[in-house]
Design a binder for this molecule. Sequence first.
Ligand SMILES: *Cc1c(COP(=O)(O)O)cnc(C)c1O
Length: 393
Amino acid sequence: MTIVAPVRAQELPSRMPAFLDVGHTYRALKTEIDTAVARVLESGSYVLGAEVDAFERSFAAYCGASDCVGVANGLDAVRLSLRAAGVGEGDEVIVSAHTFIATWLAILDAGARPVPVDAEPDTMLIDADGILRALTPRTRAVLVVPLYGLPVDLAGIRDVLAARGIPVIEDAAQAHGATLRGRRVGTLGDIAAFSFYPGKNLGAFGDGGGVVTDRSDWADAIRRWANYGAARKYHHEETGTNSRLDELQAAVLSVKLRHLDDWTARRRAVAATYAAMLADIPGLRLPVVPPGSDPAWHLFVARHALRDELAARLADRGVQTLLHYPVPPHRSGALRGGFGNISLPVTDAICATCISLPIGPHMTTADAERVALATRECLADMDRVAPLRSAAC
Ligand SMILES: *Cc1c(COP(=O)(O)O)cnc(C)c1O
């Protein structure tokens, strides 16, 4: 039997959206951005100037936090957040098992040990009860990832963590603008790390990152560490590094920030179209939104036991898909030595079945409908070949 009403080939659309189109926002804002870039070039000030100050202020305000510090990239933002939270040699950091590897690398760089907690199967986010079970006397911090732009809700355990003096860090590289009960990601923990890599929801024309916090003492420290550990030029009281957001990127980000909410609304419309048109297809599992949240939908990640076949059939119809992520950090070649034996079954299952559909501000609702129709049709074809009812994931 067929699982969905078949769509005739001539009804199938020919034009499919790209998976990602990082040039789209430039084309949409060309005049504004060109003006900002020219202003920086003519200013003669390219590092640590007025543009970075202005962007830091507006991004902090956007998130609803007191401070933002621009840094060189998202990985540095996580690293510096961990250092501010006091994480060092020999500490344990409880971390989302299901994430991009950068999250774990930042912990390892600090000489600390990642203690992964498996994902919750519906939202694919770190399981809050699992965090409590993973606590030990060596736990120095909890690093959660609002993956795909879905906020992590730790309200139920914040008191327990606070009583033990354990700070919560958000790796918010995928979640600019997401909200939970009206508060933005970036303010749900003690400090948050953002990436402004071009493909992120708020992206520069190169690398960039930022740390957001209400702890002004932490922000001040990060500002020093990111600039060679000097509070005053050439007076180095602490070891530091070079991790600065440059003026050009900051000027571009300030322009783009003014449009972020419109772009997020587009992403939400695409996600809503997918959710409506792909509901109730046996074997296809859609992301479940955490209650009270409005995600930023960096990615729309569905799951299917035969996702490789689905991806191939979609590719034949001109629909690009990607996998986020095919290999979890604990099985990555770089880390397997230390983590190959731990059991993270939900994370493993997600990585084996995930398939990301196109989403982004470059897409219209009609684009999303075409992708959803093609997906329905591919799954109907697969169901005709071999019924998919039992292919749960
Ligand atoms: C992109 C990303 C990072 C790293 O950001 P960069 O700017 O590339 O260094 C870290 N964590 C997560 C979850 C990411 O998606």
